[in-house]
Each structure stands twice: as C-alpha cells, then as structure tokens.
Design a protein around this ligand. Structure first.
Ligand SMILES: *[C@@H]1O[C@H](CO)[C@@H](O)[C@H](O)[C@H]1NC(C)=O
Ligand SMILES: *[C@@H]1O[C@H](CO)[C@@H](O)[C@H](O)[C@H]1NC(C)=O
Ligand SMILES: *[C@@H]1O[C@H](CO)[C@@H](O)[C@H](O)[C@H]1NC(C)=O
Ligand SMILES: *[C@@H]1O[C@H](CO)[C@@H](O)[C@H](O)[C@H]1NC(C)=O
Ligand SMILES: *[C@@H]1O[C@H](CO)[C@@H](O)[C@H](O)[C@H]1NC(C)=O
Ligand SMILES: *[C@@H]1O[C@H](CO)[C@@H](O)[C@H](O)[C@H]1NC(C)=O
Ligand SMILES: *[C@@H]1O[C@H](CO)[C@@H](O)[C@H](O)[C@H]1NC(C)=O
Ligand SMILES: *[C@@H]1O[C@H](CO)[C@@H](O)[C@H](O)[C@H]1NC(C)=O
Length: 905
C-alpha cells in the first residue's frame, strides 16, 4: 500500500514537471482537477475485475483510461473516459463513473468533492458500501446527481438540501434509511427518485413547494401515513410512484389535478376507500397500478376518459360491481388485470374487441355466465388469458391456432382437456384446476409445449392415471406442478429434475418413493401427503435438504426410520411427517436446520425422548409430537435460548413423565410478550413469497397468500398459542412459571397425574380461552380469582378431587355440568348439589364407572388436523374439534378468526 502511494506521488511529480513545458492552450485540463481524478483512481486501486460495464461491452472500466503518463492526449483529463469539461473555461463539469467497477468506501475527504464546478455527477452501479458523504453538499453547482444502485447506506445527508440547483436526483436502489430529508430548497428539482431504499416516516409535506417536479418515485420504501393531498399541487408531474410502502387512508381526489400524469403507481400499500372518480381526469395516463390495497367500490365510470391507457392493474383489492363495458373505449389498452377482487356479472364483450389487448387477467372474482372460447380470439394480440376461480362455464369446441403464453382456465366447468391445447407450443403457464376433467391424462397432453411449459396446475379434477406407470414428465422447463386433489393411482410421477415446487397430495398414489425423487436438485417444496404411499423413506432424501424448504409427506403409510439430513446445509422451514407409521428416533441433525418454523411428527410410532436439542432453533414456532411413544422426563433446559419463538406445542398422548417442565416455561418468549410480532411476520412471509414467486403466476400460491391476508385460517395460525400436554403421566403440581405465559390461549393438561391445587396464578393468563385440567388428582377449591379470566370460553376440571363452592360470576356463570363432574366435593351451580348440603355428603375418592365413560366422551379434544403452507411459511392451522363439549367448543373454533381480527385493529 505504502509503496503504491509513493509510486503514485512520484508520477504526479513527473507529470507536474512535464506540464510546465506545455502551453496552456494545448492542455485544457485544470491541474487540480486532474489531480483530484488521479487521486480518486488511486483510492479505488482495488477495483473489481469485472462489473456491469465491462461485463457486457468487454471494454475496460472508464477509469482505466485515466492515466498519469506523459503524452498530450492522455494527460488532458478532459478527454478521459467519463469526463466532460466546459468548452471555454476548461473546468470539469460532468463526471460519469456509472458502472465503473468501483468498490470501496468514499468519504468527505474523497477528492471528487473538490470538483466544485461539477454540474453532473453519476456514480450509479458501483459498490461503495458506505454512507453518502456530507461533503456532497459542497458541490453547489450540481444539476444532475445519480447515486443509484451503488450500495449506499444510512441516512441521506442534510447537506444535500444545499444543492439548490439540482434538477435531477436519483438515489434509488440503495440501502438508505431514516426519513426523507427536507427538500424545500431544491426548487429546481424536476426528477426525484428515492425508490428501493428503506426510508421510513411519512411523505414529507414540502414536496408541495417543488412545483417543477415531473418525476417522483418514492416506491419500495417503508413510508407510512397517508398520501398527502397537496401532492395534487405538483401539476407538472408525469410520473408518480408511491408503490410498495405502508401507506394508509384514502387516495386523495386532488391527484385528479395532475393532468400531465402518464404513470400512477400506488400498488402494494394499505389504501382504503373508493378510487376517486377524479382519476378519470388524468387523460394522459398510460399506466395505472393500484394493486394490492384494500380499495372498495366500483371502477369509476370516469375511467372511460383515460383514452391513452395501456395498463390497468387493479388486482388484489375488494373492488366490486360489474366490469364496465366502457373500458372497451380505451383502444390503447394492452393489459387489463382485475384478478382477486369481487367483480360480478358477465365479461363485457367490448373489452374482447380491443385489438391491442395482450394480457387479460380476470381470475378470482365472481364473474359468471357461459362463454364460448371463440370470443377471446377477437382480441388479436391476446396471449395471456386468466379466467380461473370465477363461476364461468367455458365452451371450447373450435380448432384454435392462436398460440398463448398463459392460459388460466381453472374452475371453468371443463369436462375434458381442450383439444386445441395439443397445438400450443409456446405455453408457459397452464391452469386447468378445479374442472371436471376425469379419467386418464391423454398422451398428447404430456407433449404440449414440451420446451416451455413451466407452471402446470391440474389440481382438483378427477384424473385417475397416466398412459404409462411409472411416468417421467417430459416438460423440460417445468418449475411448478400441482396435481393434488385428483384420483391418481399408481406410483409417483417423476417431474423434471429442475422442478422447484411439486404438489401431488390427496391422490391415491401407492408404492414407495422412488430414489429418482432424490435427483430433484432444485426442489423447494414437495407435497406428497394424503396418498397411500408405503415403504421406507429413502435415505437419499437427505440430499434434498440443501434446497428443500417444505417437505410434506403426512397421511401416508410410510414405515421405518426418518432419514438423516444433510447437516451441513439445511434450508427446511417446514417438515410434516404426521400420520404415518414411522419409528425410531428423530434425526438429530434437525438441529442444524436454522430456518425451521414448523415440525409435525404427530401420529406415528416414534420412540424417543423429548427433543430438547431442538431448543436452539431460532424460528421454530410449531412443534407437534402428539400420539407417539415419546417417554421420559422432559428435564431442564440448557443455558442457551430455549424455543424462543415457540407458539404451539402439542405433546399429548405420549408417555412423558415426571413434573411439568417449569424451567422451560420461563423461556418461551413468544408465549409471553404481547403480540406485536405478527404484523412483521406477515410482512416477512409476503416478502419471502414475492421472492419465491416474483411474477405471480402460480394460482395455488396466490390463493394461499390471499388467505394469508384476508382469511380466518391464517388468523388462527398467526396468533394461536397453545400448550397441550394431555394424556401423559405428568405428576406433581402445576408450576408457577406457567403463569408467565401471558399470551397463552389454549392450555390442556388433562388426563395426567397432576396433584396439588388449581393455582390462582392461572389468573395471569389473561388471554386464555380454553383451560382443561380434567382427569388429574387436583384438590382444594377452585380459586375465585379465575373469574377474572374474561376470555375463558371452555373450562374443564372434571374428574379431580376438588372441593368447595363453584365460582359463579362472569364466565363461570356459563359453564355447564360437564366442567365439574366427578368431583364429589364440589357444590353449587350448575351442579345439583347445594353448598349447604356439602358437609353432609362425604367426599368419595373414586368415581363411578358410569361417570368415567361419559367423562371421556366429554373430554375436550382440540386437535390440529390440517396444516397448510405457502412458500415455506406455515399458513393454515385448522382446529379440528373432533370431540365437542356442547356448542361452546364449536363456537370457540369459529370465533378464533374473528376475534383475532378484531384484536389486530
Ligand atoms: C497508461 O496507459 C497505457 C495504456 O492504457 C498503459 O500502457 C500504461 O502503462 C499506462 N501508464 C501508467 C503509468 O499507468
Ligand atoms: C480526512 O482527512 C483528515 C486530514 O487529512 C483526517 O484527519 C481525517 O481522519 C480524514 N477523514 C476521514 C473520514 O477519512
Ligand atoms: C441505518 O443504516 C445504518 C447503516 O446500515 C445502520 O447502522 C443503522 O443502524 C440504520 N438505522 C436504522 C434506524 O435502521
Ligand atoms: C433553505 O435555505 C434557507 C436559506 O438559504 C436556509 O435558511 C434553510 O436552512 C435551508 N433549508 C434547509 C432544509 O437546508
Ligand atoms: C424509522 O425507523 C427507525 C428504526 O426502525 C425508528 O427508530 C424510527 O423511529 C423510524 N422513524 C419514523 C419516523 O418512523
Ligand atoms: C382441426 O385441425 C386439425 C389439424 O390441426 C385438423 O386435422 C382437423 O380436421 C381440424 N378440425 C376441425 C373441426 O376443423
Ligand atoms: C393402500 O394400499 C394397500 C396396499 O398397499 C391397500 O391394501 C389399501 O387398500 C390401499 N388403500 C387405499 C385407500 O387405497
Ligand atoms: C418471471 O420471473 C423470471 C425469473 O424468476 C424472469 O426471468 C421472467 O422474465 C419473469 N417473467 C415475467 C413475465 O415477468
């Protein structure tokens, strides 16, 4: 390093001497400026060998041509690549180092900030990995500043607001955080792009003063608050993007003043209310994107004025009404995307006559009617057609030669594979799910678009077989295949080796898992559940753990040991092997799967001790081991973190013994802290989902994510906290530490050998909705304090040795006989035994046989029967109330969704 800089100074010296012999007309370049550039070059001596620039053009990065050697051409820094000087003064006015493979930090001492006359500075597409130096504020002549895609982080420096001559400011696609700086002095600004950063806070009010703005992009940040209505003052705006933030409130109708606007993007926010009809004033609009908000109402009639409109993107809102046939007047339309809304009625024939229409996505609405496929051929450019998940009936009879890229024909009442598919050679996406297609999959179907088909959905039909068994699919590009919910028999079809997501659950497949499955080197999600598969799980499955995120093999007849994992590399976030006949211990290498969120080994024959070695998994939320042969003491946790994210644990119906794990209860943080985490959890899940499916073509995932946002099941899953240790041999008292699990909603300790009292500290579990302590050896009175548990809907202490009066206030006024049965010492409502009679009747130690029988029929048995997932996160935990105590438990299950929703608001 030292040697280099010495060498460098030496060259500069030579150069300085040399320049004395040259006349000033020959050398236009100013000394100090050249020096500044060479110093800058030296700072970035360690450039990347390749980057965006030379990668594509094969040229060396610009900065390589900056050279201190003598010789007139090279010495004139005005002629260097990326440098521009003023023709008269010779001062450097523009420096373009975009894509120059620069890698390293710049700070306020960096020589570039001495180029005070610069009007234009482009440093985009480099790797600076530091904050934007405050010295940027020295360059008071700057008109154009582009620091995009350059790995800048931290806050935007305040000094930037000194650059009052700025016209064009682009800081997009960095890692900038903090709030958007005050920009009131940047009165000349016409182009402002701060998109793709992590800026938070609200949209600043002072944009209202920069009236010349014509391009404003604040998209993909974490901005909150409402869209300020005075944005409507920026009447020069042509481009406005606020998409992908966390903005709330209504779309201000003042935006209708922006009559020059060509692009409006408010997508991926939480905007509510109706689309203001003033938007119809924006007659220059070519693209409007309002997708993924919570907008309601109809598409305003005024939209028929948007004659320049090419892209209309409104999917994933709650828009309703009919699709206006006046959209057919917008002859420039190429993309109409209205999916995931509540539109009803028929598809207006007017939009099918739009000659430029390329993409028509109407899936997941309430559209109805019988429609002949011919009508879609009128739009001559149509190549993406998505109609799935409506109430449409499609008639396909003619020979169709048009080549499509995407056909979404799910839920279209089709009775067979449309013949014209035979000639589709360029289809990328095909959805025929939820039709009435039955029988064998024809041979020709397996040859359609062999080169290109990448997403195939045939789920929810009545398909029985393939022409061959076993079959290996020939589609070379297949990435996602969903064949679940059919009646497919025979062995598992083998997909393309590059497949990422393969779902073939709920069929009648039999035989074992072919070792060929272990060659799926890119697989991320595999679901073979609900078939009749048998045999051992092949050991080679461990090879998949480097890519596999979701492995669902539940509800089959697999036997033998659970395969080991590749401990070096485990991406798994969900494993469901429940409802099989698997034996042996759990694979210890699971502990290396740091992404694990969900583990289900329930209903097998697993003989093992409590997997305390899983306790360091930082994300584990759900651990289900019920109905196995787990045994022994749970023991004490280690020194580290213990199940910090655990929300649901079910150990019921095993042979665990000893006392309840009181020390573990201390550590289960997710059951203690108040639930601020779910919203970020949703955010996280959606982000990951976007990452996995950047271009939303896979309908199964789409509907799942729709649930993730709107539906009850997901509400259960996001929030539910549950401990079920029932039907083991736990003994001793109920430990006080359980009182610290303040977020606990369901607690079942029934059918053990617990003794001592019903503790009054249970009153700390203020969120408890069901408490089952039945069939233990608990004694003493029911503490009066428990009446403060106002969320309690199910309470069962039957078949213990409790005595004394039953509390009567609040929730306790609603519990029935069954809650208290089999405690001969209890008295008061709802039991027929009056408390004053108590002393007369001697407490009996054993209950009659009759009571026992009816007791077990009344046992509360909440069971998790079904788990769903999307893109590696757990999505639907469904409570199955197989055995019910009256109606209340049913209500409990039904109410979960609604209650959680209320709580969130
Ligand atoms: C100057 O550039 C030329 C060609 O780009 C190169 O051959 C020469 O070694 C460079 N001189 C110095 C001192 O870097
Ligand atoms: C800037 O230069 C001064 C003097 O050369 C030095 O003291 C200071 O540490 C430098 N600052 C940074 C951030 O490198
Ligand atoms: C902003 O980013 C910097 C640099 O990455 C980081 O050190 C700082 O903690 C971040 N600040 C906030 C508030 O996130
Ligand atoms: C804007 O300029 C005025 C006058 O030069 C100055 O007082 C004020 O501090 C500047 N505002 C910002 C945010 O830099
Ligand atoms: C921005 O984010 C940081 C870090 O999360 C937080 O401390 C700060 O309060 C946020 N600012 C605003 C205005 O929301
Ligand atoms: C459909 O087209 C095929 C060739 O693509 C042809 O053999 C067949 O006769 C046509 N059928 C009708 C009904 O036009
Ligand atoms: C599952 O397969 C076994 C034979 O392996 C067969 O006896 C049984 O009937 C099958 N069950 C179903 C539901 O198909
Ligand atoms: C879909 O995503 C892939 C990469 O995941 C990309 O190459 C392709 O261009 C995208 N297609 C569309 C239509 O955006």
């Amino acid at each position: 390093m030292k040697k280099e800089s010495f060498h460098f100074s030496y060259m500069i010296l030579l150069l300085t001497i040399a320049s004395h012999f040259l006349t000033s007309t020959q050398l236009r370049c100013h000394e100090d400026e050249r020096y500044a550039l060479l110093e800058f070059k030296a700072t970035f001596f360690n450039r990347k060998p390749w980057c965006c620039d030379n990668d594509f053009s094969g040229k060396p990065p610009k900065i390589e041509s900056w050279n201190a050697s003598t010789g007139e051409i090279q010495s004139d820094c005005c002629s260097w690549d990326g440098v521009e000087c003023d023709k008269v003064s010779g001062h450097m006015i523009s420096l373009d180092l975009s894509c120059s493979c620069l890698s390293g930090k710049i700070n306020s001492n960096t020589s570039l900030f001495r180029l005070l006359r610069l009007r234009s500075l482009h440093l985009a597409m480099n790797d600076f990995n530091c904050q934007i130096p405050p010295a940027i504020g020295n360059l008071g002549s700057l008109r154009h500043l582009d620091f995009s895609h350059s790995n800048f982080m931290g806050h935007i420096p305040h000094s930037l607001s000194n650059l009052s001559k700025l016209i064009h400011l682009d800081l997009s696609t960095n890692m900038l955080n903090g709030t958007i700086l005050p920009l009131e002095n940047l009165t000349q600004l016409t182009h402002l792009d701060l998109s793709n950063n992590s800026l938070n806070g609200t949209i600043p009010t002072y944009f209202g003063d920069t009236l010349k703005l014509n391009h404003l992009d604040l998209g993909s940040n974490v901005l909150t608050g409402e869209i300020p209505s005075f944005l409507g003052n920026l009447v020069q705006l042509k481009y406005l993007s606020l998409g992908n933030n966390e903005l709330m409130g209504e779309i201000p109708s003042s935006l209708g003043n922006l009559v020059q606007l060509t692009n409006l993007d408010l997508s991926y926010n939480q905007l509510t209310g109706k689309i203001p009809s003033s938007i119809g004033n924006l007659v220059q609009l070519t693209d409007i994107n309002l997708c993924s908000n919570q907008l309601v109402g109809e598409i305003p009639l005024s939209f028929q004025n948007l004659e320049e409109l090419r892209g209309l993107t409104l999917q994933s809102n709650q828009l309703s009404g009919e699709i206006p046939s006046s959209l057919g007047k917008l002859t420039q339309l190429t993309d109409i995307i209205l999916s995931y809304n509540h539109f009803h009625g028929a598809i207006p024939s007017t939009i099918l006559r739009l000659q430029g229409l390329d993409v028509l996505d109407l899936s997941s609405n309430n559209l109805s009617g019988t429609i002949n496929f011919d009508v879609f051929l009128e739009a001559e450019s149509l190549s993406v057609l998505k109609l799935s998940s409506n109430k449409l009936s499609l008639i396909v009879e003619t020979n169709i030669t048009r080549q499509f890229l995407t056909l979404g024909l799910g839920s279209c009442n089709l009775n067979g594979f449309p013949k014209f598919l035979q000639d589709q050679d360029s289809l990328l996406v095909l959805d025929l799910s939820h039709n009435n297609i039955s029988g064998q999959v024809p041979e020709w179907f397996l040859n359609l678009s062999i080169e290109f088909l990448s997403h195939l959905n045939l789920s929810g039909n009545f398909l029985t077989s393939f022409a061959q068994d076993p079959i290996i699919f020939k589609w070379k590009s297949l990435l996602d295949a969903d064949l679940s919910f059919n009646e497919l028999q025979g062995s598992i079809p083998i997909p393309t080796l590059e497949i990422k997501n393969y779902f073939i659950s709920n069929n009648k497949l039999s035989g074992g898992i072919s070792p060929l499955i272990c060659n799926l080197s890119s697989i991320q999600m595999i679901d073979l559940s609900g078939n009749n598969l048998t045999g051992f799980l092949p050991q080679c499955l461990s090879k998949l753990s480097g890519t596999l995120k979701v492995m669902s093999l539940h509800s089959n007849n697999f036997i033998g040991k659970i395969p080991q994992l590749n401990g070096n590399f485990c991406m798994l976030s969900m494993i469901d092997l429940s409802y099989n006949k698997l034996q042996g211990p759990l694979p210890r290498l699971l502990r290396s799967c740091n992404s694990l969120e969900f583990l289900n080994f329930a209903n097998n024959h697993i003989r093992d001790v409590f997997p305390s070695w899983l306790s360091s998994l930082p994300r584990l939320k759900v651990l289900l081991l019920q109905y196995n042969r787990f045994h022994g003491l749970i023991g004490e946790p280690g020194d580290g973190i213990d199940f910090p994210m655990l929300q649901i644990i079910d150990l019921s119906q095993n042979n665990f013994s000893g006392s309840l794990p009181s020390k573990y209860f201390k550590h289960w943080i997710a059951m203690k802290v108040s639930k601020t985490y779910p919203s970020s959890y949703i955010g996280d899940a959606i982000m990951r989902w976007k990452f996995l499916f950047p271009n939303v073509t896979y309908d199964y995932s789409m509907s799942v994510i729709a649930k993730g946002i709107h539906m009850n099941y997901s509400k259960i899953q996001e929030y539910l906290t549950l401990i079920d240790f029932s039907s083991n041999n736990f003994s001793g008292a109920i430990p006080e530490t359980i009182g610290s699990l303040k977020q606990l909603e369901l607690l079942n300790l029934s059918n053990n050998m617990l003794s001592g009292s019903v503790p009054s500290f249970l009153v700390n579990l203020m969120n408890l909705e069901a408490l089952d302590l039945s069939q233990n050896h608990l004694s003493g009175e029911i503490p009066l304090e428990l009446t403060q548990l106002t969320s309690l809907e199910v309470f069962n202490v039957s078949y213990n040795r409790l005595t004394g009066p039953i509390p009567q206030s609040r929730q306790f006024a609603t519990f029935e006989n069954n809650s208290y049965k089999g405690n001969s010492g209890l008295c008061g409502n709802p039991l027929s035994r009056k408390c004053r009679d108590l002393k007369a009747s001697p407490p009996s130690s054993s209950t009659s046989k009759e009571d026992q029988d009816s007791g077990s029929a009344m046992e509360l048995d909440w069971k998790i029967v079904c788990m769903g997932y999307a893109s590696g996160f757990v999505i639907g935990v469904v409570l199955g109330n197989t055995l019910i105590i009256g109606r209340r438990a049913e209500n409990l299950v039904k109410n979960f969704g609604r209650r959680k929703e209320r709580r969130r608001r």
